[in-house]
Design a protein around this ligand. Structure first.
Ligand code: MN
Length: 337
């Protein structure tokens, strides 16, 4: 029996964004987390070169790899940290160009590829306009933000024009990780902890919680957010987040929100399996969130996509849940038809 597999956190880069990263890294003021990334994963070793070549390929090589891995449809997005380390003008221009490149790739393989838009939060008004163009004109299925932008988070009201556009367009936001923000990255710089094992998750779960606690979802009740890596740890924490929030309300330390943190999470977030091939974690997420809130992702080319397929194919879950996670949840969340 064949099952259609949709992978929703699949990375690419444009040559001009890669070039602009190198210009930032050669400059005088570089965010410490991004600098560390530059020294390693964006470096010039053979592993980094192969990764770079795979990120650039949104054509035949990518499709051939998807065939080999058993992925039917890949939703591509600009890889971390995307345009979020550039000045507003450069970031806005390179996001537009990346969206055009991605739209061309999707047009060439419409049965196999779809896209999430890149936006430049540095220029919130422009990001909203570009999101509208990307969704309405280019057919993007949502947008992706690589967590903090120069140490700032999207709970700041100056960014909310982006959420206003997202809600109006029905465009979900993939909140993707990057290195921890400059204000907290220092203790992560040792032992490689800034990277995807822990640092990315700490950074991104913090960002998600800032959105919840700021009241973004009361202002934008139809806004939806996708988190990778089985929810960046938050499903594990939900009960305690509620419990400690209620204590803080009781002692007057935080303002009471209309809903509990876990209720916002269940109402507004879905999670993906990117980079997570742990059966107990999948079981926990199904129990805590429900199988309707879990989507498949391979995180190509950073992860072994074949392994992620093997994992979900073999997971001890009912076939109806497997179908939800591989296909129908993605169709619902991203409006695929
Ligand atoms: Mn990723």
């Amino acid at each position: 029996m064949s099952i259609q597999r949709i992978a929703v956190e699949e990375a690419f880069v444009t040559q001009s964004i890669a070039d602009a990263w190198n210009r930032v890294l050669a400059g005088r003021f570089v965010e410490p987390g991004f600098q560390k990334m530059g020294e390693t994963i964006l470096g010039d070793g053979p592993g980094a070169r192969q990764l770079h070549a795979r990120l650039l390929d949104v054509g035949a090589g990518r499709i051939a790899q998807m065939d080999a891995d058993g992925i039917d449809l890949a939703i591509l997005s600009i890889t971390s940290p995307g345009v979020q380390v550039f000045d507003a003008v450069t970031a806005t221009r390179l996001a537009q160009e990346a969206n055009d490149v991605l739209a061309d790739a999707v047009r060439a393989n419409p049965q196999r590829l779809a896209g999430l838009a890149a936006v430049a939060p540095q220029f919130p008004g422009g990001a909203a306009v570009e999101l509208e163009r990307a969704v309405r004109t280019l057919g993007m299925k949502g947008f992706l933000v690589n967590s903090h932008t120069m140490g700032e988070y999207l709970d700041d009201r100056k960014y909310w024009s982006l959420f206003e556009a997202a809600e109006a367009l029905g465009a979900p936001m993939y909140l993707h990780p990057r290195e921890p923000a400059p204000a907290m990255v220092q203790p992560f710089l040792d032992y490689g902890l800034y990277f995807a094992g822990l640092g990315f998750s700490v950074e991104t779960s913090l960002h998600a919680m800032r959105l919840i606690m700021s009241g973004v979802f009361d202002e934008f009740p139809k806004l939806h957010v996708v988190l990778g890596h089985m929810g960046e740890g938050l499903p594990f924490w939900l009960k305690r987040l509620d419990n400690r929030y209620l204590l803080q309300v009781q002692i007057g330390a935080v303002t009471k929100l209309p809903r509990l943190p876990s209720e916002y999470f269940l109402d507004h977030f879905v999670v993906t399996t990117s980079g997570m091939t742990s059966a107990p974690v999948l079981k926990m997420c199904i129990e805590v969130l429900g199988s309707e809130r879990i989507l498949f992702a391979a995180d190509y080319p950073y992860e072994d996509a074949r392994e992620s397929v093997r994992f979900l194919d073999a997971a001890d879950i009912p076939s109806v849940q497997r179908e939800q996670i591989y296909r129908t949840n993605a169709e619902r969340v991203f409006g695929l038809t």
